[in-house]
Design a binder for this molecule. Sequence first.
Ligand SMILES: Cc1cc2c(cc1C)N(C[C@H](O)[C@H](O)[C@H](O)COP(=O)(O)O)c1[nH]c(=O)[nH]c(=O)c1N2
Length: 249
Amino acid sequence: MDNSEALSACGPFSSAERDAVYRAIYTRRDVRSQFSPEPVPDEVLARILLAGHHAPSVGFMQPWNFLVLRSQETRRKVQALFREANEEAAALFPADRQGAYRALKLEGIVEAPVNLCITCDPDRAGPVVLGRTHDKAMDSYSTVCAVQNIWLAARAEGVGVGWVSIIDPLELRALLGIPERVIPVAYLCLGYVHEAYVRPELEVKGWRKRLPAEEVLNFEGWGQTTADEPLLTLMQQGMEGGLARPSPS
Ligand SMILES: Cc1cc2c(cc1C)N(C[C@H](O)[C@H](O)[C@H](O)COP(=O)(O)O)c1[nH]c(=O)[nH]c(=O)c1N2
């Protein structure tokens, strides 16, 4: 088979290009409280959404829709859903964590100039989807890949993104007129940010820390780790000081 038309050169990135990719990954933050009201121009939003639309997806089904929400009125209604859900969530934490939970700012729905609701349509490619037969969640996982592309592209554009999941999905679906079969996967707040946390805000505020490499790296099966594995040592070195850094070019 002649693939000459379908294939193109897939050369290595220059070290500057590679570093830029890692910079986007390591400096991407979940943003809640540093949004500037400055609007995000359509050209910028279009690039960010196109990055989302180029995510991998099971059977290339592209199950996502990107709902762009700019109206204050709609966003205030979503914020009311957040407040209701957040009260319910706060009450579930142990008494000694409730104060810390309530002190966290967990959304920027109205401060951010634009919000996105990213949905997953399980019927996008018919009832049988290549790769989804044995795990129906693959379409939602694909939608999350689109979210991550958006999050990283936004970082490269200087646009902060905050994911708000403290919302009842059934109420959100009703509010936005989303059909019953379609799953609201992610609710995102977007806006320019001129300052952002170096580490996750939840870490800075003492809620949780990034796990050490030995807790997340296993060899040859679940729970198997080896203290003197060079790969583990390299990951640990990369995380020294609590920050991951790309190795020098
Ligand atoms: C699926 C999902 C859902 C949520 C989040 C993330 C993801 C992946 N995060 C953001 C989360 O708190 C954040 O990613 C971690 O604390 C790590 O911080 P950085 O993203 O690295 O800054 C998040 N943050 C928040 O303030 N309110 C929220 O409701 C949620 N929900």
